[in-house]
Design a protein around this ligand. Structure first.
Ligand SMILES: NC(=O)c1ccc[n+]([C@@H]2O[C@H](COP(=O)([O-])OP(=O)(O)OC[C@H]3O[C@@H](n4cnc5c(N)ncnc54)[C@H](O)[C@@H]3O)[C@@H](O)[C@H]2O)c1
Length: 294
């Protein structure tokens, strides 16, 4: 998207952290912004702050794990601003620990928020963007953790990998409607993601929930993650980088260029796995055939 002035963005998880700074950055470009979040108190503070700065903002309480909450939020967005052009699926939570210690409740929570929240967001908002025919942009907030597996961070990596994959799929699907897609893949940025269980809904165990007695390994990992996040880059910089990427219609958006070797290491391993398949006597007799694309 080139022209943001006068357009409308809907942003989930906008009460604080990366989402709040995306809201401020987009509002500074002259966009109308609808802030959405599960935390009603902080959401109202965020709306007030941006309103006091002179921006065109409104807010709606919304749990992204519930499709009907997104439908209600979409209605409120249209009532406030008439149209919507940019969807930012930013709300996300973190679950970590040894793979045999993660409760089913926590699995369901992270899948419903990090993955289904993105799916519901797109299912509800993309038709509204298509409807006005002015084009738009879908931004999914994944993580650099969505481009590789990290020991003891399986639930987070799996949901973020799914978000990267959805973004790649949707780019091809939405192009003809003039809708760009970007997937934001930050490494550590200063926020409160390390204590995301503060927002865990009662149906997933509430706060502190079923993992009230975490293993020593889980506690050690939590302390390490907190240290990395609290010493990470400013979320305002993440938002500035995202704006730059949206204006250039970039698909993958990285914010920590020094992580390149980590991501490239994975690509090299994939390439080596193809070498092994190439050399495999088991596959020697198989006719290669065409590469199938849809
Ligand atoms: N901070 C980092 O280091 C980092 C790195 C990579 C990716 N990310 C991703 O960035 C996104 C934003 O995280 P952050 O770092 O700003 O964390 P944060 O915890 O500071 O902010 C998350 C926001 O999402 C809201 N939220 C949580 N559950 C919700 C739900 N069910 N429905 C609606 N809103 C909900 C919270 O109230 C909060 O306002 C997440 O998707 C996260 O995975 C963060």
């Amino acid at each position: 998207m080139q022209m943001l002035i006068g357009k409308t963005a809907f942003i989930t998880g906008a009460a604080e952290g990366i989402g709040f700074h995306i809201a401020r950055t987009f509002a500074q470009q002259g966009m109308n912004v609808m802030l959405a979040d599960i935390d009603a108190g902080l959401l109202e503070q965020a709306r007030q702050t941006l309103n006091d700065e002179g921006h065109s903002v409104a807010a709606v309480v919304c749990d992204v794990a519930k499709r009907d909450a997104l439908e209600t939020a979409a209605k409120a967005t249209l009532e406030c601003f008439g149209k919507v052009h940019v969807l930012v699926n930013n709300a996300g939570v973190s679950v970590a620990g040894p793979q045999d210690r993660i409760s089913e409740n926590n699995w369901r929570w992270i899948i419903d928020v990090n993955l289904m929240g993105v799916v519901y967001g797109a299912q509800v908002f993309v038709p509204l963007i298509k409807e006005h025919g002015e084009g738009g942009h879908v931004i999914n907030v994944a993580s650099v953790a969505g481009t590789l597996g990290i020991p003891f961070a399986g639930p987070y990596c799996a949901t973020k990998a799914a978000v990267v994959s959805l973004s790649e799929s949707w780019q091809g699907e939405l192009k003809s409607a003039g809708i760009g897609v970007s997937v934001l893949c930050p490494a550590f940025a200063k926020s409160r993601i390390y204590c995301s269980e503060r927002n865990r809904q009662t149906e997933y165990g509430g706060v502190p929930g079923l993992d009230a007695k975490p293993s020593p390994r889980t506690l050690e990992l939590a302390a390490k993650a907190k240290e990395a996040v609290t010493t990470g880059i400013d979320t305002a910089i993440v938002a500035e980088r995202l704006l730059e990427a949206v204006l250039h219609n970039e698909l993958y958006v990285f914010t920590h260029p020094h992580y390149r070797p980590v991501v490239e290491g994975r690509s090299q391993q994939l390439s080596l796995a193809f070498d092994a398949a190439d050399a495999s006597p088991v596959l020697k007799a198989v006719e290669p055939g065409e590469i199938t694309s849809l």
